[in-house]
Structures are given as C-alpha cells and as structure tokens.
Design a protein around this ligand. Structure first.
Ligand SMILES: Nc1ncnc2c1ncn2[C@@H]1O[C@H](COP(=O)(O)OP(=O)(O)O)[C@@H](O)[C@H]1O
Ligand SMILES: [Mg+2]
Length: 360
C-alpha cells in the first residue's frame, strides 16, 4: 500500500533580527528533505509579520527578497474540527506538522509555539515552556544555578533601575571585563564586552534598547564549545564542536557580517573525558530547561578545564554549515535523516499530549 505523504508547513523568516539566517536555514531544509515522504508548504513571515506563500524556486535561487509582495499569496492559519489549515487564496490546505525554523523573539521564544499549540498541530522543537525559558538568559541561568549547574556569575537589572546601576558595584562583584546582554535575544545583538567605565554606559544603553531586562555577566576566558541535543525523552548528545571567533568575542559581526569571523572545529580538540562531561552537562541543561526535540547547548571551557554552561538555543541555525546539524552529522545522523527524526519527534510528542485527559 502506498503511504500517504505528510503535509509539512515550513515556516521561516519572521520579525526578529535573525530573519535572513532563517531564510537560509529554510532553503537548506527544502534542498535536503525527503520529497517522497513530505509535501511542503513554504510559509514566509516577512519582517512586518505578514504571512505569505513562498515559491520554492525563488527560495532555492535566493530571490525571495526581490519579489513583489503584491504578487505573493497571503497565508491565513486557522483551525477547523480541531485540525490545522492554511488558507491560501481559495484553497484550504490541511497541515499535519509544522517546522518553525524561526530564530529569536517571535520564533524561538514560545510565541509561535503557543499559536501552533492552540491550533492543535504538532511542531518541531521545544514547546511553549522550553522555548520561553531557553530564550530568557535570566530565567534559564537561575534554573541552571538552582540545579547546581556551572554558570558564570551574573546580575540582572530591570529598566526602572537603569539610571542606578553602579559600575563600581559590578566591578567589585564580577571583575573586569564583564558582559552586558539583553535578556531575551540572540545572534549577539545588543551584547557588549565592557573593559572600563567609559564603555559601561554605552553598553547598558545598547542592551536596554533591545529588552527591558538585561543580564550582566562575569567574563569567562576560554574556548567556546557547542553540543547538539536531539530527542524528547531519550536524548542523543552529539560530539562537541568548537567555535573560534577571530574577533574580540563571537559578536554579531563575527557571526554574520565577516565571512572569516569565526572558524568551526568539528569535533572540538578536547580529551575524551571532557567530551563525556560536556555531553552529560548538555543533556542535563536540556532537561532542566524543559526542552524537547532539539537544542544546541553552548559552553565555555577554561584553560583549567573548568566548564561553564553559557546558553541553550532551541531553534539553532540550520544552514548546511551550521553547528547544530554539522555536529549531529559528525555523530552519524545525516542532515536529511535529522529533519526526518525531528518531524517524527514532533508527531510523537503531539500523540502523547493528545492522550492526556482534558476533563475529569
Ligand atoms: N560570560 C562570558 N564570557 C566570555 N564571553 C562571553 C560571555 N558571554 C558572552 N560571551 C561572548 O558573546 C557571545 C554571545 O553571547 P551569548 O550569551 O551566547 O548570546 P547570544 O544568545 O546572542 O548568542 C558568546 O558566543 C561569546 O563569544
Ligand atoms: Mg550564543
């Protein structure tokens, strides 16, 4: 008997500063995905937040931004009979599973996850809670600290305290330099390394421009090590990889603007026992932060072999050269198989949730 194809909606783009990365991730997923198993609806959320149906050819040929918006069909998501549909022109297209490949706020922070949950459709990656926690550097660090995980010393400030943040107090507590970050963002946007009092007020202003809460952190001198996690309950941790930025730190410029901004070392050149420790810490981090499906856990490794958890990324970069898929590929899970596994995990979780009782 011929198996029916799964109707997949790949949602990409989005309102965050990471729109372009998301488009590249989507392109790579389309190129690699098993077409015998999936029909794909390409849903492009533009920077304003409007939903359009993208054309596969335009996406593959990198012409998505040169199209006239008026020529594109609008996409309206809706649910009927507790099933998820996309209204595209006159068509109502049923969707079995969604892969939201959206980075940063409105994509990785539980917002679209909540929307999809309301529509009762399975989706790839962590659910509402894990996504929201993973996006918030204050909440995630507090949970990790409470669980006894190694994290850098940090302080948190709200916007109303903005004019009373004392450089001297921070210097006394955390030493110099230190890092100033918006609590909810990614891609190093709004992040500064502060080496003296002159740089301090600019860094504070810059971070508060992006969020009403900021995190100030002790500087950890060391290697930047990353580890990919795949699974819902039974978790696979990949071999760790290393990012070697050629800039002062792994800044937005180093990530996206400078082609030679960073080197990737896969696998990382570290001892077997450190590999094991990092994998175990990555799994614990994923569990503590209530994640499911996928996540990339980032670490600092000092010269004395001390390990610090830096953060989790619940929708990591998914381009063919991104760390998340590369590390799993190195661990024996090729890109196309990874996509398949992630979709399977999304469907499994949804099935489990559907069995839960709603009424007494
Ligand atoms: N405490 C720290 N010590 C040393 N470097 C840091 C620290 N925090 C951040 N960095 C540098 O800044 C980069 C971005 O910070 P990160 O917390 O990972 O934010 P984002 O979510 O934007 O990636 C890191 O990859 C690292 O290069
Ligand atoms: Mg990071």
């Amino acid at each position: 008997m011929k198996k029916n194809k799964i109707e997949l909606a790949l949602i990409f783009g989005g309102k965050s500063a990471e729109h372009e990365v998301s488009v590249i991730s989507a392109r790579n997923i389309v190129k690699a995905i098993d077409r015998k198993a999936y029909n794909i609806a390409l849903v492009w959320i533009d920077k304003k937040g409007d939903w359009f149906l993208a054309n596969e050819k335009e996406l593959l040929e990198d012409k998505i931004f040169s199209q006239k918006k008026s020529a594109l069909q609008e996409v309206i998501p809706f649910a009927k009979d507790n099933k998820f549909f996309l209204k595209i022109g006159k068509d109502n297209k049923k969707v079995d599973v969604v892969f939201p490949i959206l980075h940063g706020p409105f994509g990785e922070d539980g917002t679209i996850q909540g929307l999809l949950k309301m529509y009762n459709v399975p989706f790839v990656g962590p659910s509402v809670l894990g996504s929201a926690i993973g996006m918030d550097k204050d909440v995630s660090k507090r949970l990790l600290k409470e669980a006894g995980m190694p994290v850098a010393k940090f302080l948190v400030y709200k916007e109303m305290e903005k004019d009373n943040i004392s450089f001297e107090k921070i210097k006394r507590n955390l030493g110099l330099p230190f890092f100033v970050k918006p609590a909810n963002l990614g891609s190093s946007v709004g992040i500064s390394k502060v080496k003296n009092k002159n740089e301090f007020s600019i860094a504070i202003k810059n971070a508060f421009a992006f969020d009403s809460k900021i995190v100030i952190e002790e500087y950890i001198k060391g290697k930047e090590i990353e580890c990919s996690i795949l699974g819902n309950e039974k978790l696979i941790a990949s071999v760790p990889g290393e990012i070697i930025p050629t800039h002062d730190f792994y800044s937005y410029e180093a990530k996206y603007l400078d082609e030679n901004g960073a080197k990737m070392l896969i696998p990382a050149n570290i001892s077997k026992s450190l590999v094991k420790k990092i994998q175990a810490l990555a799994i614990r981090t994923f569990e503590i932060l209530c994640c499911e499906g996928m996540g990339r856990v980032d670490f600092f490794l000092t010269e004395k072999d001390e390990i610090f958890v830096n953060e989790i990324n619940t929708i990591p970069g998914f381009t063919s050269v991104s760390m998340y898929p590369k590390l799993l590929e190195e661990s024996g899970i090729a890109y196309a198989k990874l996509i398949n596994n992630l979709i399977g995990l999304a469907i499994d979780r949804h099935k489990k949730e559907s069995r839960l009782k709603m009424k007494r």
